[in-house]
Design a protein around this ligand. Sequence first.
Ligand code: AMP
Length: 448
Amino acid sequence: MKSFEELELIPGLRRAVAEEKYEIPTPIQAQTIPAALEGRDILGCAQTGTGKTAAFALPILDLLGGDKQKAVPNQPQALVLAPTRELAIQIGASFETYGKYLGLRHVLVYGGVKQGNQVRALNRGAHVLVATPGRLLDLMNQGYIDLSHLEVFVLDEADRMMDMGFLPDLKRIIQKLPSDRQSLFFSATLPPKIVELAQRLLTNPVSVNVTPKSSSVKRIEQRVLYVDRNTKQSMLRQILSADDVERAIVFTKTKRGANVVVTKLVKSGINAAAIHGNKSQNARQRALEDFREKKIQVLVATDVAARGIDIDGVTHVINYDLPIEPEAYVHRIGRTGRAGAEGIALSFCTTAELGDLRAIEKLIGHKIPVVGGQAPPEVQPHETETTSEPRSRQRGGPPRGRSGGFASAGRSRSSQEALLPTNKPKRRRSRPKGPKVPRANQPAKQTS
Ligand code: AMP
């Protein structure tokens, strides 16, 4: 694989990359950067954590930094579209880092804040505009942004943009792009609708695929832990108390679920915050910053918040609830094991979630090893009925009779006892011991 030296980037860019201690381009960078430097369009199938931001930022900075044109008010030369404010901010930070010796200006444009500062920054002129679709359109319609001189257009996380309902906005923006431009298109997955959009945007693109459709990242050690629904919270607390869990992201199915998990963790002395769609932009950003700065150990998120999270050093991803969409599993676990680091992804699975687990395994093409070698229980027809159990019974202590929980699923208790809390009254322990979760700093095992 080529080194960054061999990519022949302009000196200021090479210096910034060296200061970041990047030595070898990641696969997406090695395949994308040379073609993008030649002016080719790119169709990149890659998720966050692969180094895709530098894969598009470096060629743009190389082009604009080499040109040394003055920034023209309201007429950016490059536009990067991202689905969320969090991702836009991260991309902006990357342009700042890589471009620090180039004297280029970039402006961020996203919703949820007053537009005044953004408008003033646009008026001063920016070489690169990083934007979310809604606010971009809004400012375009008000005449603050003119895309007619655009040289490079980047669409990042196209699939997520579609999921979030941005397609109509996207189409309106695309109409305003000059036809003579370079386009770089990135998406974690390539369902037919995305391919159709890519075809409309790209001309004779170089296709780069670093995460073959739906394969999960190899340096992430994945495990399943069969649990009873009522024991999820105590199990989570035990796992998070283990020494090697430095920074964890916990995924829940619902926003309400995320809030409940956070409240209980905080009560038990674990620093946690929630990040989901019902939180204000500011609250989400604050939670992310606190997590990045290690002020909080645990971020509890729903899927919508998941893919914008770009934080190194996430040692564990815990699926408190399995996602209903198997694709979301791949995105979730991609929050750990970033840029070649190792990570643990642990998924809780109840009887009611067995179907979701099987769908995920089908998608990723392999079985996920089970902690302690527990055997999955037979799902009895009436066991699944526990999902519609009256609330009082769901909440109340140990399941009575046939609860549908794993502890009563008719298997030998021996393997469970090592892993699952029993319903006996608990003795106080100074440090709760979690189930044996593999350590993030041990060599990751290939799970496929
Ligand atoms: P991204 O996929 O763009 O979100 O990047 C994920 C992480 O990888 C970021 O924290 C980058 O700083 C880091 N990164 C990107 N390229 C490289 C590289 N060539 N070597 C080491 N780390 C990198």
